[in-house]
Ligand binder design. Structure first.
Ligand SMILES: NC(=O)c1ccc[n+]([C@@H]2O[C@H](COP(=O)([O-])OP(=O)(O)OC[C@H]3O[C@@H](n4cnc5c(N)ncnc54)[C@H](O)[C@@H]3O)[C@@H](O)[C@H]2O)c1
Ligand SMILES: [Zn+2]
Length: 319
């Protein structure tokens, strides 16, 4: 780290789980520990971090390094943006989801009550450093969560990646560091390619919402892990693609098979009326419908506005 950060004093921000397993890695620097998990991605944790920064005498010459999953990387970026009107920061993502998704793109922020990412800024870190040895302690359910976003990337941008995922299993990636490194790098290239071309979400960046519109609705309603909700959302979006976009049935069944292979759920017993009500409130909704990300083929996505009427008629068949 000291080679990456010249002439600044480093402070590490991490969560209790990552610290517990990897304390040795942090021995050279002051560490601020936070409580782990989404419920702590909030103002109280920001206040705690700021108090600790003040105690440590942090100033404009301080360099923050967020080491952890997406909660830590989001909150570190946010604190770095607002502490003394901005200090420099870097990220070391330690979960699959943070490596391929949360750490990339410069978006950061915290939740306010039930409202996810209500406060935040867009600010790029000075670096994102990948240390795959962290993954040795990542719980299986967090691997599974991260793979939902990896499969999403393959669906919207990369048919070859999709077939690579078909060839291997989760276990292969968990046990072969070279294989997982290649996979993560591929996904970093996909996400950063999209965000570089569209930093402020005017066009292509929306493709990253594939599976997330219906996904978010059922995530809240059923208290599902994010990856599970996105997985079911991707299947629903595929069904919708089949109905409105000529997406081929055999491709939809390839996706269902792949998700199941990576231990992700592909359907859910739900109350369709209730989900539809949540969808109608979605912030991505426009006057005349909802912008969905649909697939032409595996590896090629597009944005399409679906009217609420049309969606309502087909809703029970797609979810
Ligand atoms: N900024 C963005 O563009 C963006 C994109 C996607 C997601 N996100 C955010 O990311 C967050 C989800 O990220 P996440 O799934 O990494 O959640 P997380 O940070 O809560 O990590 C999941 C769990 O894994 C633990 N963990 C992380 N790395 C570990 C390791 N190496 N060993 C052992 N345990 C480890 C954490 O302590 C936590 O308990 C959400 O808040 C989401 O909003 C942000
Ligand atoms: Zn997601």
């Amino acid at each position: 780290m000291n080679e990456l950060v010249k002439d600044k004093s480093i402070i590490i921000i991490t969560d209790e789980h990552v610290y517990e397993y990897h304390a040795k890695k942090f021995a050279a620097w002051p560490v601020i520990k936070t409580a782990a998990g989404e419920p702590h991605k909030n103002q109280a944790t920001v206040d705690h971090i700021v108090q600790e920064l003040i105690k440590l005498g942090a100033n404009k010459n301080t360099f923050l390094i967020g080491v952890g999953g997406g909660v830590v990387t989001d909150i570190t970026g946010y604190v770095a943006a607002i502490y003394m009107r901005g200090v420099s920061f870097g990220l070391v993502p330690t979960s699959i989801l943070a490596m391929v998704d949360a750490a990339i793109g410069g978006k950061n922020g915290i939740d306010v009550g039930l409202y996810k990412n209500m406060l935040g800024t867009i600010l790029q870190p000075d670096f994102i450093f990948y240390d795959y040895t962290f993954l040795k302690t990542l719980p299986v359910k967090e691997w599974v969560n991260g793979f939902a976003e990896i499969i999403k990337h393959a669906c919207i941008k990369d048919a070859l990646l999709f077939s690579v995922l078909e060839r291997y299993s989760l276990h292969d990636f968990q046990t072969d560091q070279t294989l997982v490194a290649e996979l993560v790098e591929k996904n970093v290239a996909i996400k950063s390619g999209i965000v570089t071309a569209d930093e402020f979400e005017k066009g292509d960046r929306k493709l990253l919402n594939f599976g997330h519109t219906i996904g978010h609705a059922i995530e809240n309603l059923h208290k599902l892990p994010h990856g599970h909700a996105v997985s079911i959302g991707m299947v629903a979006a595929c069904n919708l693609s089949e109905k409105t976009n000529g997406f081929h049935f055999s491709e939809a069944s390839r996706l269902v098979k792949l998700l199941a292979k990576y231990h992700l759920p592909v359907d859910i017993e739900t109350n369709h009326e209730q989900v539809f009500e949540v969808l109608k409130m979605d912030k991505k909704r426009r006057e005349d419908g909802i912008d969905f990300i649909l697939l032409d083929t595996i590896g090629k996505a597009k944005i399409e506005r679906i009217s609420l009427d049309k969606l309502q008629k087909q809703f029970k068949e797609i979810l």
